[in-house]
Design a protein around this ligand. Structure first.
Ligand code: PMP
Length: 441
């Protein structure tokens, strides 16, 4: 990729130029580089409540919330207090603590899992849960959906091969064909494709992993057909073939309800993954499930999994405090703010005659700039028909008016309990100009 030339007329631009000398692309996670929307990424100096402050002193309403974790907004005083106290007692021991048991118990209380193992990132959680599923079943193949992101696990960085139930091809250089040969990639919400894959490979499928509701191709919720939700369908077909059903709630967990998407559709997966909100802005994640399955993990069982910083006391205190503060009022506030913004975005785009579809999964939502003929986005193939240049124009207009949206058309927007009237009003007043900018493309 040819990186765009940027002038250094802002501190962000100067910081980006310096960053690009020592960090590939100047960022530690690709989407931060603004490549898909163009322009210079803002370097952030600090954050408070619903706002980010960039190094040039601009105040931006944050509609990313660190890609999900900051359910309570930034620098929540009680979370900071808990973190400071934990840090004063030492930052890592590499030995068990009572606090990590408290966090594990808080997750078990809120979700259908009976036991969890704590790890440091969503990627680690999904990587480990696949190993566990393969270890338990003694089978090799895994099924995933195009557009579902589960972190940068080799076997999940796979693109759909040609045809429906075919084995996947590597999604990036560096992932070998033999790695993805055991991955089957299907279109989301496509039940016929799932049936065909299980009919062909059912005996060798260890597990199917899906986002509980997709937030990584824009927001695409699981569909309902004849009263049966997609996750129920997936769970049933897995069990009919002796495979494990894994629900990835790294993004939705503790964000869309106190438990996550499970609180919406009630499906009980065999295994689950969590991250983001449960770390309160620190590196913490988890995977869990029924005790009988989790006992296959070392040191009880034979499936090896470990981590120097797993259950880190500072991360644990931030996560535990965040979960304790995530009251029904917090979810009610975020739900209301989300519904308001969805309505306002829709009205502004309608007023400017910009074709679009807004989809939500609980309080997560996103806007698809698809053609007029598209009235729903059920899968990645449809999401890919977006006019992404329209999103770029919309994004930059919002940014110029002090609103920080995800720098990609394929991401969910996130809110927090700190998004008050002042912050929401700023977003709403920025919409007409952004809608006009999108209409101009
Ligand atoms: N699963 C899902 C559903 C995610 O949204 C993400 C990250 N966006 C991950 C896994 C990977 O998490 P992490 O970035 O912490 O490795």
């Amino acid at each position: 990729v040819q990186l765009p030339e940027t002038s250094v007329d802002t501190r962000s631009a100067a910081a980006f130029a310096r960053a690009r000398e020592v960090i590939p692309g100047g960022v530690n996670s690709p989407v931060r580089a603004f490549l898909s929307v163009g322009g210079t990424p803002r370097f952030i100096a600090r954050a408070q409540g619903p706002y980010l402050y960039d190094v040039d002193g601009n105040e931006l309403v944050d509609l990313i919330c660190s890609w999900g974790p900051m359910l309570l907004g930034h620098a929540h005083p009680e979370v900071l207090g808990a973190v400071a106290e934990a840090a004063q007692h030492g930052t890592s021991y590499g030995a068990p603590t009572q606090a990590e048991v408290d966090l594990a118990a808080a997750i078990v209380d809120r979700t259908p899992v009976e036991m969890v193992r704590l790890v440091n990132s969503g990627t680690e959680a999904t990587m480990s849960v696949l190993r566990l599923a393969r270890g338990i079943t003694g089978r090799d193949k895994i099924v995933k959906f195009a557009g579902c992101y589960h972190g940068h696990v080799d076997s999940l960085l796979a693109a759909a091969g040609s045809g429906v139930a075919t084995l996947a091809i590597p999604g990036t250089p560096g992932v070998t064909e033999s790695t993805t040969a055991d991955t089957i990639v299907l279109q989301y919400n496509d039940r016929a494709a799932v049936r065909e894959a299980f009919a062909t490979y059912g005996d060798s499928i260890a597990c199917l992993i899906t986002e509980a509701a997709c937030g990584n191709m824009g927001v695409v919720p699981p569909g309902v057909e004849d009263g049966v939700g997609f996750n129920t369908f997936l769970s049933d077909i897995c069990h009919a073939h002796g495979a494990l059903f894994i629900s990835d709630e790294v993004m939705t967990g503790f964000r869309v309800t106190a438990s996550g998407w499970h609180g919406v559709d009630g499906v009980v997966p065999d295994l689950m993954t969590f991250g983001k909100v449960m770390g309160g802005g620190f590196p913490a994640a988890a995977f869990g499930g029924r005790a009988e399955l989790m006992h296959s993990l070392a040191p009880v069982g034979g499936v090896y999994q470990a981590g120097t910083l797993s259950g880190n006391p500072v991360a644990t205190s931030a996560g535990l405090t965040t979960l304790r503060l995530a009251t029904p009022e917090v979810y009610a506030h975020v739900d209301r703010a989300s519904a308001l913004l969805q309505r306002e975005v829709h009205d502004a785009l309608d007023a400017a005659s910009v074709p679009h579809v807004i989809q939500s999964a609980g309080n997560m939502f996103s806007v698809f700039f698809v053609g007029e003929d598209v009235d729903a986005v059920p899968d990645y193939a449809t999401a890919s028909t977006q006019v992404t240049t329209r999103y770029s124009a919309f994004f930059h207009s919002m940014l110029d008016h002090g609103v920080y949206l995800p720098p990609s058309a394929y991401e969910s927007w996130f809110l927090s309990s700190a998004h008050d009237d002042r912050a929401l009003d700023r977003v709403v007043s920025a919409l007409p100009a952004a809608a006009a900018a999108a209409a101009g493309v």
